[in-house]
Ligand binder design. Structure first.
Ligand SMILES: CC(C)(COP(=O)(O)OP(=O)(O)OC[C@H]1O[C@@H](n2cnc3c(N)ncnc32)[C@H](O)[C@@H]1OP(=O)(O)O)[C@@H](O)C(=O)NCCC(=O)NCCS
Length: 149
C-alpha cells in the first residue's frame, strides 16, 4: 500500500500518545488539538502526525510534529511538512513553528525551509510543570521559525 497522509477529523484524541512524542504535556496538546487540523501519515501503519492551527491574520502554525522514534530520519517528517505547506498555500500567508531551543529540531525545520523569526525567553519553564529535557539537556526558550507561503 502507498504512503498516505490523512486529515483526521473524528477521534483526534486517539492520536495523543503519538503527539506526546513531541510535546510532553497533555493539557498543552489538548489546547491546540481541539481547534487544530490533525494530519496523520500511514506507511502502511501510523508513522507520524502533526497539528496545524489558524492563528488569524494570515498566519498558520505547526504546533506539533512527531515521528515514531524507530522511524525517524527516514524522510517522514519532511514529507509531512511539505504536505502542510501545500495545504496551507492559498489559505495563509505565513507558516510559523515554535520549538524548544534544541539542536535536534532546529536543523530539521531549517532543512524544511523555515528561517529564524524570534525567541521567547523562558517559555518552557513558564508553561510546563516539569523541566523539558532533550538528550538530558533542559530547554528554556521557545524559538519561532517562519516560512512565507
Ligand atoms: C524532529 C522530527 C519531527 C523530524 O522528523 P524525521 O522524519 O525524523 O526527519 P526527516 O527524516 O524528514 O529529516 C529531514 C532532514 O532534517 C534534518 N534532521 C532531522 N532530524 C535531525 C536531527 N535529530 N538532528 C539534525 N538534523 C536533523 C536532516 O537534515 C534530515 O535530512 P537527512 O536525514 O537526509 O540528513 C522527528 O525526529 C521527531 O518526531 N522528533 C521527536 C519529536 C520532536 O522533537 N518534534 C519536534 C518538536 S515540536
Amino acid at each position: 500500500m502507498k504512503m498516505d497522509i490523512k486529515h483526521v477529523v473524528d477521534g483526534k484524541q486517539d492520536y495523543i500518545p503519538m503527539l506526546l512524542i513531541a510535546d510532553q504535556q497533555v493539557d498543552m496538546i489538548e489546547k491546540y488539538l481541539d481547534r487544530g487540523e490533525l494530519y496523520a501519515l500511514y506507511d502502511p501503519d501510523l508513522r507520524a502526525a502533526c497539528v496545524l492551527t489558524d492563528e488569524g491574520e494570515g498566519v498558520f502554525e505547526l504546533q506539533n510534529i512527531a515521528v515514531l522514534p524507530e522511524y525517524q530520519r527516514r524522510g517522514y517528517g519532511r514529507k509531512l511538512v511539505k504536505h502542510l505547506v501545500d495545504s496551507s498555500k492559498g489559505r495563509a500567508k505565513v507558516l510559523m513553528v515554535g520549538t524548544g531551543d534544541s539542536p535536534m529540531t532546529l536543523p530539521f525545520y531549517q532543512q524544511c525551509g523555515f528561517v529564524f523569526s524570534h525567541r521567547i525567553k523562558n517559555y518552557m519553564t513558564d508553561h510546563y510543570y516539569q523541566p523539558v529535557l532533550e538528550d538530558g539537556v533542559q530547554l528554556f526558550d521557545k524559538v519561532y521559525l517562519k516560512m512565507d507561503l
